[in-house]
Design a protein around this ligand. Structure first.
Ligand SMILES: C[S@@+](CC[C@H](N)C(=O)[O-])C[C@H]1O[C@@H](n2cnc3c(N)ncnc32)[C@H](O)[C@@H]1O
Length: 373
């Protein structure tokens, strides 16, 4: 099988967790972490397995070619002479262009040249009409010119991977599915006994659905590679990997937004999730056996919270840790609030990851009860 180079785009801060996920679900030799992603060599079946199973990455790029370029005539000649027929499924791709430390720096003119070169290439090797008959969507090519070296990549994913096609209803400030998946992989790391998973402020229930589907292949939306010529004639095979799921006995979400819970419930009917209406800062959460808790509380930016946001969150945190006392408690908060939540009595800090979520610097914490074995 031909080896191909891929770049796996990952939210900055989550690269190490994404690599762990690759090692677990579709290992490769010599992957390299680069800020914002992972570079690796694999083959077409790997690409298919990765799309169905990886939950942390945002998208996957296939590296197509690279060459030195310092002027527009050379760029035009290279593009006009390139064999596009293996990759191109639609005559009008979108171009994502970035340059740094290079002679070519005008992205508008680079795009024009790419389009002209591609039009010339198409005159010499006309494109199959499949895109009309089968309504293929336009593709996206990523062009990076760094130190005069151009790297051309094709987005083989299409719509971002975190758009799973599982749920349409989202509350206010929902957490992106791939962030939720990454946080869950960290929360459950090393847990081998059965636990109840609780999200005390669950909104649309992203943590619960991601936890229950983390080890399942999903193919509920098309991927861009399915219409690419190099994939033609193949069918995506959904194969369950031989992996133990997170040891979840039950997944329970609570929220004060009863209307939202009523809309979300039918969408998650297929999964063993229960959604309950409660103010968890006031009501005790009790389950049979051990529970682990994870949540993405309102920060007061998009969702209004009464009083000072710091004191609301501090009171919620103290209540969860002292009254509900889960085996592990995890949440994600704006980084500038992190100081409010240090050294809780009876708990030790297990993980702390700084990252950005929707432009905001945030910190993800996991604490573990000090008496945990
Ligand atoms: C940022 S959202 C959570 C989003 C969720 N992670 C998702 O992906 O949809 C915070 C949620 O906390 C809920 N909430 C706020 N105060 C609460 C409380 N005292 N008890 C339970 N839920 C609460 C809000 O209604 C909102 O749905």
């Amino acid at each position: 099988m031909e080896s191909l180079k891929f770049f796996i785009i990952v939210p900055p801060g989550l690269e190490a967790l994404a690599l762990k996920e690759i090692d677990l679900k579709c290992p490769v030799t010599n992957p390299t972490i680069i800020k914002g992603g992972i570079e690796l060599t694999a083959d077409l079946p790997w690409m298919e397995t990765a799309h169905l199973n990886l939950k942390i990455p945002t998208r996957i790029l296939l590296r197509i070619t690279e060459f030195k370029v310092r002027d527009f005539p050379k760029l035009y000649a290279k593009v006009a002479g390139f064999s596009w027929n293996r990759y191109l499924s639609h005559p009008e791709p979108t171009w994502e262009i970035k340059c740094a430390r290079s002679r070519l720096g005008h992205t508008g003119r680079i795009e024009e040249t790419l389009k002209e070169g591609l039009a010339e290439a198409m005159r010499k090797q006309p494109l199959s009409r499949d895109f009309e008959k089968k309504s293929f969507p336009p593709q996206t090519f990523y062009v990076r010119i760094i130190d005069d070296l151009l790297t051309l990549s094709l987005d083989v994913t299409g719509e971002s991977l975190y758009k799973r096609g599982l749920q349409k209803i989202k509350g206010e400030a929902p957490l992106r599915e791939n962030f939720a998946a990454a946080f869950l992989s960290e929360l459950f790391s090393g847990i081998d006994r059965e636990v109840t998973l609780v999200d005390p402020m669950c909104g649309s229930g992203t943590f619960l659905t991601e936890a229950l589907t983390y080890h399942r292949p999903l193919h509920l939306r098309p991927f861009a590679f399915e219409s690419a010529p190099f994939y033609k004639g193949r069918l995506v095979r959904k194969v369950q990997l031989d992996l133990p799921p997170f040891p979840i006995k039950e997944a329970v979400g609570f929220d004060v937004n009863e209307e939202l819970l009523a809309k979300v419930a039918p969408e998650v009917r297929e999964l063993p999730v229960s959604l309950k209406f409660a103010d968890t800062t006031k009501t005790r959460i009790s389950v049979d056996g051990e529970m682990v808790m994870i949540c993405n509380p309102p920060y007061g930016e998009r969702i209004k919270i009464d009083g000072k946001k710091g004191s609301f969150l501090r009171a919620a945190w103290e209540k969860y840790l002292t009254v509900d006392a889960p085996l592990r408690f995890a949440w994600v908060l704006p980084k500038d609030m992190a100081d409010l939540f240090s050294d809780p009595e009876g708990y030790r800090l297990r993980s702390k990851i700084d990252l950005r979520n929707g432009g905001l610097a945030v910190t993800f914490f996991v604490w573990e009860r000090a008496d945990a074995p």
